[in-house]
Design a protein around this ligand. Sequence first.
Ligand code: NAD
Length: 437
Amino acid sequence: MIGTGYVGLVSGACFSDFGHEVVCVDKDARKIELLESGVMPIYEPGLAELVASNVRAGRLSFTTDLTAGVKDADAVFIAVGTPSRRGDGHADLSYVFAAAEEIGRALTKPSVIVTKSTVPVGTGDEVERILRDVAPDSGAKVVSNPEFLREGAAIADFKRPDRVVVGSEDEEATRVMREIYRPLSLNQSAPILFTGRRTAELIKYAANAFLAVKITFINEIADLCEQVGADVQEVARGIGSDNRIGPKFLHAGPGYGGSCFPKDTLALMKTAADNETPLRIVEATVQVNESRKRAMGRKVIKAMGGDARDKTVAVLGLTFKPNTDDMRDAPSLSIIAALQDAGANVRAYDPEGTEQAKTMLNGVEFCPNPYVAAEGADALVIVTEWDEFRALDLGRVAKILKQPVLIDLRNIYPRSEAERAGLRLTSVGKRSSAAAR
Ligand code: NAD
């Protein structure tokens, strides 16, 4: 497994748990050192235990030495990052290509080279060309196997996926992939979809773009609900019970973020433009989502009476979603920037994201718990719906806030409950408490 990040580490640990022998490689020596001493470099529920038990069983190991890792491997997975290329939004494939070159030099047998990273259509062809250049006689085959796991539920997603997608142009490579994923079909019937390589590459982007559209759709409906006095949670329930629509990804909120949707929608738009087939729905989604994040800052300011200057705002939840420490493209970053631009002081608390957040946010006071953050603040904003924010002592919150203003961007709290505690509540896509006179 080349690349031991959120995807590579979880995939490597799960494959070893299936009974395979796995070597996780990363060029980040600090990560490998941590892993070798039993410390997880990321926060993902259940991961530490899974890694420890497979290391103990002798099936999982870690190294910075790619050559040693690749030697004798039946399959080599590329799980390195594919961030947005600065300036143009194309996927930056430099890590994938560099890994392919290194792998090519290290091959000792006709291994199957599998791109697990999310890569634009045609990248498999490029990886194949690199391998042909570097190792013309290796007989290596290139397969696409995009990953659909969600951070925060990554192990369950990997072990009980809705489907596995394998894009292969070669029978022997297909056989190896079937063998690797065989434990899944033994446990239960996770379908493995075998497709052409380009199709597999596109499936990943189409899936993420569709989900981004779905979230953005309900977010726009939420805005309309606020204007017309409807309730977006009830609308979501009403449409989501239709099997053709489904209830998931219909939670209105501050806009999507994270390490995948923002960059993958941009990369898909670039592929579409390069092929003169613009995807207008995706383009609109990206625009709407961008402006939404800033609009959330304005929503907070409005709830405070329209002026943020020298006010203190307490922010609960910084990561892009609960149960992860991942701060990449989190909506909290834009919301906090908007508040700071308007002159507010920001205090923040996050259960797991503080360490990453400190490297991305300036001028924020990080607090050890929600109540320290709320003490004397002019407003409390829930940005990420961590479980521990679902059972706040609202009475206590109302007492310690300077102004009893709660902005719940995840619709955790019903208005009646907040008002009973003495708070004025602003939700998303629902009627808010009357403003103070
Ligand atoms: P990450 O940044 O957490 O991890 C990537 C790792 O690769 C880093 O540790 C880096 O040091 C290492 N690396 C880079 N070049 C290397 C090389 N040549 N040799 C060895 N190690 C190298 O990234 P991630 O979030 O795990 O994402 C990886 C890929 O999976 C991306 O393409 C992403 O789009 C895709 N993906 C991510 C998720 C997710 O939830 N994070 C889900 C599905 C798919």
